[in-house]
Design a protein around this ligand. Sequence first.
Ligand code: TRP
Length: 489
Amino acid sequence: MEQRDRWDSRFSFILAAIGSAIGLGNVWRFPYVCYANGGGAFLLAYLIALFSAGIPLLILEFGLGHKMEGAAPDAMRKIKKGLEWFGWMAIGVGFFIVVYYAVVMSYCFNYGYFSLAQAWGEDPGGFFNHTLGLTSGPFQMGTLKWGIVLGLVLAWVWIVASIWKGAKTVGKVVYVTVLFPWLLLIVFIIRGVTLPGAADGLAFYLTPDFSKLLLPKVWLAAYTQVFFSLSVGFGIMIAYSSFLPKKAEITNSAFIIGMCDALTAFLGGLAVFGALGYLAHITGRPVAEVVASGPGLAFVTYPAIISNLPFWQPFFGVLFFLMLLTLGIDSAFSLVEAVAAGVLDKWKVSHRKANLSVALIALLLGIPLCFGGGLFWLDIVDNFMNKFGITIICLGECILIGWVFGSGKIREYANSLSELKIGAWWDFLVRILTPLVLVFLIIMEVIDRIGSSYGGYPRLAEFLGGWLIVILLPILGIIFMLVKGRSVE
Ligand code: TRP
């Protein structure tokens, strides 16, 4: 058997894991989710979810991947033969996410191009709708937007190029794709908070509405945003830790990664909301009115803001797009690596072939999202993969590793490697608290969806973009499990 792919240093691993965690989720997703769920109060829910569930599950995934030396399907199979499908299902959730994630990266390419050309002219707010040719609903498909297709192809070429040689090249690429966007983020925070009116935007972002903490949907949003942002529940961190050398520090790394990620999300919010305050200021409208909530937030507000900057507009426009792209790229390729690692554990194919096939299928599945009605579908898939995909995988991990395998074994294993020792509190979080919270949140969400469709979309659209994929995931997992691999055991 050939040598397993390895990181060249501990720092490469941490950077790669941070790179996977920090992504569009921090600057594109976090601000609008936070805004829609109580602003400052959401931050509190987010921190609680981070420390009680996010970081503990990160430790669990690191411990599992490292101990089993395998990607998610292989690691699950080593726990119990019949569980391999669950590992594939975890990867499947990430796979459907990367399909639309790459489309958001394509928006960034288009965005950069338009800001260079200053092509959104007098109606910056209309940029997004114009570029996307946004229609009035998911079944009005509109026309195919070639600019978005082109951006999508570029995104995929870049993703595949970054991981061409596996962990060794990834370990180098992430020096740039983690550190560069951080630098840019600092530029945008300074720019954002020093604009006139920024304080109003920040007040909007940070003033807590504590009554929101009584709503289960706020907690569901906090938990899913934490998992999404930490890349937990996709088999990514299992694969990444399986590339670690035998001697490795696990628990400490998990804390570093979790805290860096949360800090970056918080700062991303500062940049976006500071700029929103400025937009309100120059248009003479209240902040609440200029906020375009939903996935368009960063894309609708930033073009508007940048074309109103006193000077250097194209410069800031291109930098903002570069920041988003370099933030997103290492998250996107971490998932491709995780799928490829799963495939390589099971079948005898070349690393390149595995990567290329994953990329090609994801690219093709992304094409429908490049139509005028695509953003509606993107929104539906995003919602369902987060609210049901990630939560179900995380719940499954709590049950299968916490109870079936025994969390104590992972804790002892992690402690034997790490300087920072975790206590029995970790078992409590993973075995009892987190699964209880997740079960409650999933049930509440199902009740909500029975009452009304997500976002008021037609039921059929909700079914095709949401439930159908949720139902397909375990079926695909079982099919992948049953296909014969190279090691006939
Ligand atoms: N953690 C990433 C972010 O914050 C998002 C992410 C998680 C992701 N899992 C993924 C992206 C899988 C693509 C594929 O942006």
